[in-house]
Design a protein around this ligand. Structure first.
Ligand code: NAD
Length: 257
């Protein structure tokens, strides 16, 4: 198994990518701490792991709150003795996130607090725990929108994901000699609730689809599989990267018919 004897904490694990990663990491032998603000979904994820005979615990943690992030890391060490893998995956796309002119300050603040500050808090409390474990891997979820401008604007979201790339790169360099690796995982458009709620008409979905060379939205499990590689020792020489899993979007100028 690819994560045997590892303890992994995943934020935003009540649904989408986080849930798929929680199930996959557990199948690969990890003890998984499921962290989220959605208690119902989080408990469901934990039950799904238990049904597949995995070891798990759910913790309510709002990643925009320092005390919650400190607590989720402490829980991992208390319950399972250590922390080896941290997947800072929680994120939001605010329905009123638009261009610079129309986006309200409060939408900017909420988005930055969860998507960017949440990753900072995860690293702030997670890195000392990885150190205590003798090293480990941090995977931070960014997005392809941190590389490419989209004509359907989400200015706060895009800026927050750019921040994730920059902080991941710097921390990867800072902690490289401590056997702590950090990588940014950059999904393309996925068929998850988060994006489908934002692209809420057939026309908007089509507008996004025409840019994807593979010709379809990605599935959450396809991102979880990439996260597994970055979390496991198979990626032992990989740090500070921006790992695009995007159906070819960032490579394309014109997509095939
Ligand atoms: P999702 O909405 O299914 O899952 C996000 C999870 O984060 C939810 O369970 C939600 O309750 C949780 N969450 C929200 N705010 C939180 C907070 N303050 N503290 C803790 N948990 C919180 O979405 P997803 O598609 O699985 O997205 C996961 C990550 O992938 C996000 O960072 C998202 O920005 C990123 N991403 C998604 C796509 C896409 O197309 N879906 C593309 C690129 C990047």
């Amino acid at each position: 198994m690819r994560l045997e004897n590892k303890v992994a904490l995943i934020t935003g694990a009540s649904s989408g990518i986080g849930r798929e990663a929680a199930l996959l990491f557990a199948r690969e032998g990890a003890c998984v701490i499921v962290a989220d603000v959605d208690d119902k979904g989080g408990q469901e994820t934990a039950e799904m792991i238990q049904r597949q005979k995995g070891r798990t615990a759910y913790v309510r943690a709002d990643v925009s709150q320092a005390a919650d992030c400190e607590r989720m890391v402490a829980l991992a060490e208390e319950q399972f003795g250590k922390l080896n893998v941290l997947f800072n995956n929680a994120g939001i796309m605010h329905a009123q996130d638009d261009d610079a002119i129309s986006t309200e300050e409060k939408v900017w603040d909420i988005t930055m607090n969860i998507n960017a500050k949440g990753v900072f808090f995860g690293c702030k409390y997670g890195i000392p725990a990885l150190r205590r474990a003798g090293g480990g891997s941090i995977v931070n979820t960014a997005s392809f929108v941190a590389f490419l401008g989209a004509a359907t604007p989400q200015i706060a979201y895009t800026a927050s994901k750019g921040a994730v790339l920059a902080l991941t790169r710097e921390l990867a360099v800072v902690h490289a000699r401590e056997n702590i690796r950090l990588n940014a995982l950059c999904p393309g458009p996925l068929r998850t609730e988060l994006l489908m709620k934002f692209l809420d008409t057939e026309q908007k979905r089509h507008r996004r689809l025409v840019h994807i060379p593979i010709g379809r939205f990605g599935e959450a499990v396809e991102i979880a599989q990439a996260a597994l590689f970055l979390a496991s020792d198979e990626s032992s020489f990989v740090t500070g990267t921006e790992f695009l899993v995007d159906g070819g979007i960032a490579a394309a100028y014109v997509t095939p018919e």
